[in-house]
Design a binder for this molecule. Structure first.
Ligand code: GAP
Length: 545
């Protein structure tokens, strides 16, 4: 199985088994959004609940919140998201492709700029379009257009085959369009990634229409500024990260729970980004879920805590994986750091397309608390009675805490564990012949269904015994499923693909001696045990694993 193949297989299994569906599929689908199906919703909740347990329920020093998705728009002004949360976007003047400048290929001085089209027909269309617009005739070689070359970091030129000097030169942006390699591009435009909406009973369109009506002669920049003013009055934004609520509610949380520094505030939930490039299935989408924690520390101790959280978070990801070697750290270069950070590590996973981000663990300094204090006028600081103020030497120190932030993607984490769990194996079937099976080796804590209870046949009182066992599982708080459709072999395979760790089979012998078989998903070994011990056995295995 190649890596590309694996991604395709996971996407296809996700749909077939009910992990992840394309949003609004019957209407042609919305490329940037996904729906979590009957198995996916359980898997996502299990993953997020495990995170919550390790972050909040198992620690004295972290408390949780669940803030609203829509916050005061000043929050985004203070955090810098309104001004700076944008991608540089460019349009290709020939293919009309729109792409992110910072992600585009960057040929260097002397490099040939071959334009690679999908087929000959498209090559002819682009050749004509370039000739018409730029007055040069490129050479066509099948679906490739040739003749352009980078001169230096400001110019590229058109070279007739043998000529040393270009017969025409053009300004070079430093990159080409990602799909076709075309250097004829528009200026860069900043594109804000936040989804904007309006709040309150306002008639924004009416106000804009009135503005245009009153100012028939104004146009361009002035009109745009006028419209922006109207929109801004009632504008609200869907949060692009869960983090800001923890800064904004720092004081309420600290005081209501009498927290002492160091302490953390955790939150998980939906975030929204109008991503220009949505890619790799649920890896990057416009609506996604995050699991973030802001850990407030004394100034000067941030290095120690950054290392602590980097290691703790890495241990957590690995503890739920089959292949811990596929995770690694990557320290950010100085020029890559976000404006608020003085250091950052990415926890990366080896996806089918290579190592890429799963979680960022950032040292966010005191930037956010200070900014919110400045914009809101509230005192977002901490008073430590036990400490001496390092500046005055007096007892008692008031300071703005520094922050360490482990910020993980929950939906991205779900993709990681789907990829980690996917296995194809050759195993003996019911008749001892070799057959292939797909098995999702999900950690039992993550598995959507913990046990499937299967009557061997739909008669002879077996369904009733099976349903009674399922009902006992429910009472014990274990998510179990009754399943009587198809042959027993098919049911085992179905539950292998659903990642169900245990299958409990009720057969004729159950009626005679009260025993059932319990089958382990990974080893496929079956054991006969008294039916009265089944719940405890599965619970034990889930707790130990
Ligand atoms: N508060 C800091 C913050 O939001 P980030 O690196 O932009 O940092 C944190 O996001 C994590 O959220 C990422 O490591 C990734 O796992 C996830 N994430 C970010 N954008 C995403 C998107 N468009 N789709 C899915 N997950 C995303």
């Amino acid at each position: 199985m190649t890596d590309n193949n694996k991604m395709e297989k996971v996407i296809s299994l996700s749909k077939q088994r009910g992990y992840v569906f394309q949003s609004s599929e019957i209407y042609g689908g919305l490329k940037s959004a996904y729906d979590y199906g009957p198995l996916g919703v359980e898997l996502k909740r299990n993953l997020m609940n495990e995170w919550w347990r390790s972050m909040v329920h198992e620690r004295e020093d972290i408390i949780g919140i669940d803030a609203s998705i829509i916050m005061h728009s000043k929050v985004w002004e203070a955090s810098g998201h309104l001004a700076g949360f944008s991608d540089p976007l460019v349009d290709c003047l020939i293919s009309k492709e729109r792409f992110r400048a910072d992600k585009a290929p960057r040929p260097r001085a002397g490099d040939k700029l071959s334009i690679t089209c999908i087929d000959k027909g498209q090559a002819k269309t682009y050749l004509n379009a370039i000739q018409k617009r730029f007055n040069i005739e490129l050479r066509r070689n099948g679906k490739i257009l040739e003749g352009l070359r980078v001169i230096d970091n400001k110019n590229f030129g058109f070279f007739n085959s043998a000529e040393e000097k270009p017969s025409a030169t053009f300004p070079y942006s430093g990159y080409v369009s990602p799909t076709f390699g075309i250097p004829f591009l528009s200026e860069e435009r900043q594109f804000n990634l936040m989804f904007r909406s309006q709040i309150g009973p306002v008639d924004v369109l009416g106000d804009i229409a009135a503005l245009i009506d009153d100012n028939k002669k104004i146009g361009g920049k002035v009109l745009r500024e006028g419209i922006e003013k109207i929109v801004k009055k009632s504008a609200v934004y869907l949060r692009p990260e869960t983090a800001q609520a923890m800064f904004v509610q720092f004081q309420n949380c600290q005081q209501s729970m009498s927290m002492k520094i160091p302490f953390g505030i955790a939150q998980m939930g939906k975030s929204f980004r109008n991503e220009v490039t949505v890619e790799h299935f649920i890896f990057r989408s416009c609506e996604f879920e995050q699991m973030e924690m802001e850990f407030f520390v004394e100034p000067g101790t941030q290095k120690k805590w950054l290392k602590y959280w980097r290691d703790a978070r890495m241990r957590w990801w690995k503890s739920l994986a089959n292949n811990p070697d596929k995770f690694r750290y990557r320290a950010h270069d100085k020029n890559e750091l976000a404006h608020y950070a003085d250091a950052c590590y990415d926890i990366e996973y080896e996806y089918p397309w290579g190592f890429d981000e799963l979680e960022g663990v950032a040292s966010r300094t005191d930037y956010d608390l200070k900014k919110h204090a400045e914009y809101s006028g509230s005192k977002l600081s901490y008073f430590d009675q036990q400490k001496q103020d390092p500046e005055t030497g007096k007892n008692g120190w008031r300071y703005t805490p520094f922050v360490i932030e482990p910020a993980a993607g929950a939906t991205r984490g779900l993709l990681v564990y789907l990829l980690d769990a996917y296995h194809e194996e050759i195993v003996p079937d019911a008749d001892g012949k070799e057959s292939s099976r797909v098995v999702m080796k999900l950690h039992p804590k993550l598995a959507p269904i913990k046990a499937a209870v299967l009557p061997l046949v739909k008669k002879e009182g077996l369904p009733k015994i099976a349903r009674d066992i399922v009902s006992d599982f429910f009472k014990a708080g274990v998510n179990a499923r009754y399943d009587e459709q198809h042959s027993i072999g098919k049911r085992y395979r179905r539950h292998d693909e659903a990642g169900t760790p245990y299958c409990v089979t009720i057969d004729g012998q159950t009626k005679e001696d009260g025993t059932v078989t319990i089958r382990n998903r990974d080893s496929m070994k079956q054991e006969r045990i008294p039916s009265g011990n089944v719940i405890e056995r599965v619970r034990e295995k889930l707790a130990l694993s």
